[in-house]
Write a protein that binds this ligand. Sequence first.
Ligand code: NDP
Length: 445
Amino acid sequence: MQSSLEPVFEQVLRRNPGETEFHQAVREVFDSLGPVLTKNPQYADAAVLQRICEPERQIIFRVPWVDDSGHVQINRGFRVEFNSALGPYKGGLRFHPSVYLGIIKFLGFEQIFKNSLTGMPIGGGKGGSDFDPRGKSDREIMVFCQSFMTELYRHIGEYTDVPAGDIGVGGREIGYLFGQYKRITNRYESGVLTGKGISWGGSLVRTEATGFGTVFFAQHMLETVNGGFEGKRVVVSGSGNVAIYAMQKAQQLGGHVVACSDSSGYVVDEAGIDVELVRQVKEVERARISEYAERRPSATFVPGGRVWEVGAQVALPCATQNELDEGDARSLIASGLVAVAEGANMPTTPKAIQLLQEAGILFGPGKAANAGGVATSALEMQQNASRDAWSFEHTEERLARIMSDIHDRCATTAETYGQPGNYVAGANIAGFTKVADAMLALGVI
Ligand code: NDP
């Protein structure tokens, strides 16, 4: 990190004690920004960095609900409205027991730069709860979502803050959240949430967008060296929304997907993963990934194992933060790795990123590679605003173009700043400068 940035980073550490994921996300961006500040002293003069690290607003609230046995349960809800220089706050909601303020702030911080990279008019925010949806009945999910929205509704709106899904929040949860918002406000305000169902204001391709977008990004990276996915061995972590559609698109482009995982272990299937079966097991039945191997003779379940030990030419981490570490990076490189594209947010540890880059592996950071999800959310908002509904083909074409633009923007920026092929630097710098320029234009607010 350039020495002029150190005092600002020290202040972030002091102000946000114990929030290690947030520190990691800030550090990763700061590590890229030295040359930008040298070239643009006006950013330092206006304390843009200090301001960008301090959320505009942080909301923490109690979420009481009654479980199926009649007991009162209390969870904690969060919404961090991080930066609205480019547009209304935009970012998902995560329901997972590991959620605390530091996770929401890391995700919200990343979201600022990701949203900027999409080229769409959206600011950055994130929210969620330490509620664990696993093993809950449908009624429990509904009453939790209703209670969560009973507080959240007063903070969000089409022109203010537009939440969406993330880990533990899919179409079902968005439905219950939107229903409660509509009931409380008596407004059919479609643009207040994205990830809605197709018959009630959703956009085609939104469900697939993050996974598809990650693969489009990886394809562009691969094309800069040796072709695309065709014939390549692909390993994906996770088996949720992002993982499922990353596998589907990788297969459509000719990749050979051999493994995926969940938090209980991984399945390896050298015959090629049957994506429809993964979807059936994980999304429809909400069962464990081991069930996949039970039903598929060519597959083996490895309990508690790390999916990266399977070996791949293309690795797509699509589960959660810090799930691909130094040891994983080493074994992947030894197996003939060519590229990593992050479908999840911050899944690769800083040490692993360094190793991969030193080994000349193409590395697409999440804030660029997984931006297709939020970009398609912005397309959903466009359709809501114009009361229109686009076809699957048209929307996928828009997504493909956006991912191609993001790839090129990262590549060109990295080159301009003397680091050709460094997508981390390219994404951080391109994402930052657009927000910083808007912040300068809007004055000290
Ligand atoms: P889902 O809840 O649909 O799926 C998450 C998957 O990751 C599940 O397979 C889950 O396994 C696994 N997982 C979660 N936590 C852990 C953990 N601690 N250890 C191991 N595995 C874990 O979430 P999404 O697919 O929507 O999100 C995945 C990632 O992509 C997240 O990092 C998210 O922030 C990011 N992302 C998502 C976007 C979207 O549009 N949905 C947009 C951009 C980024 P299990 O079933 O066992 O819990």
